[in-house]
Each structure stands twice: as C-alpha cells, then as structure tokens.
Design a protein around this ligand. Structure first.
Ligand code: FES
Ligand code: FES
Length: 159
C-alpha cells in the first residue's frame, strides 16, 4: 500500500503522521488519538467531521490528509483551556444542546468558526450557518439557543 507522510499543526501542536495515500484529514486527525472529530456520512453531507482549517470550518472527510500539509487544524479537543470549557462548550451544556452527542463536536467547531470570524452575526445568519450540519436528536432549537448564548458570552455578557 502506498503511504504518505504529512505534517500539520493540530491544536497548536506540530503533528507528523504516516498514512495510506488516500487517507482523509479525518483519518489523519483520528490517527493521532484526537477522536473527538466524528465521522458520519463520509461524503460531506452531515458535518459531524467539521474542524477548523486555518480558522475556517471544513469537512475533514472531504479533504485528503495530504492537503493538510502545513495547515493549522483545530478540533474540539483544542477548545477548553486552563481547565475551563470554551464558552461554546459551556453553552451547549447549559442549554442541553446535545443528546447522543455524535454531531456535537462538528456543531461546536462550526459555531466557533462562525463566532470568531463574525462575532456580530445576526440570529438569521447563525441559523443559516448551523443548517449546514445535521443532528438526529435535538430538534435544533437548543443548538441555536446555545450558539446565540455563547455569542453573548463571548461579547462579555452572561450565558
Ligand atoms: S462525515 Fe464528513 S460531512 Fe459527514
Ligand atoms: S445530539 Fe444526536 S445526532 Fe445530534
């Protein structure tokens, strides 16, 4: 089997992996032990594999590991800092925005990517962006509530 060696930054840590040439970025991330990035449909539809690629949400199942060379990847493992949950994580917890949790890391990375780049996104914009990911359990309203509350928290208001 042809193998590929590639390097990228994962949650501020330099990473080097050797994988089959056709391995995806999701495969590469999970091979490091960072299994918070979920793989659902593997064809770009569900969004459960969403990570931040140089600060922008990306479907890790649609990229080859080779395409991540030299890029900066952030996953759900990189959100909490100093023993504290990220405001998006805390807000998901408070608003019960998850049930089985399979989709949750992807939704969180989608939300973080949005709120970092568009801190003043309107509720309509937040809903439109969240519509790109699928959840089988929550009915979406708690997820939208959680992200809007996290937006306020990041702006210095209470969750
Ligand atoms: S697993 Fe990547 S979009 Fe569904
Ligand atoms: S919480 Fe179960 S799929 Fe979203």
């Amino acid at each position: 089997m042809d193998v590929l060696r590639t390097e990228f930054t994962l949650n501020d840590m330099p990473i080097e992996v050797t994988l089959p040439v056709r391995a995806t970025l999701a495969d590469a991330i999970r091979s490091t032990g960072a299994t918070g990035t979920r793989v659902g449909c593997e064809e770009g539809i569900c969004g459960s594999c969403t990570v931040l690629l140089d600060g922008r949400p990306a479907r890790a199942c649609l990229m080859l590991a080779a395409q991540a060379r030299g890029r900066e990847i952030r996953t759900v493992e990189g959100l909490a800092a100093g023993g504290r949950l990220h405001p998006v994580q805390e807000s998901f917890r408070r608003h019960r925005a998850l049930q089985c949790g399979y989709c949750t890391p992807g939704f969180m990375m989608l939300a973080v990517g949005l709120l970092e780049r568009e801190p003043n996104a309107s509720p309509e914009r937040v809903r439109a962006v969240l519509a790109s990911n699928l959840c089988r359990c929550t009915g979406y309203a708690p997820i939208v509530d959680a992200v809007l509350a996290a937006q306020q928290a990041l702006a210095g208001e209470v969750i």
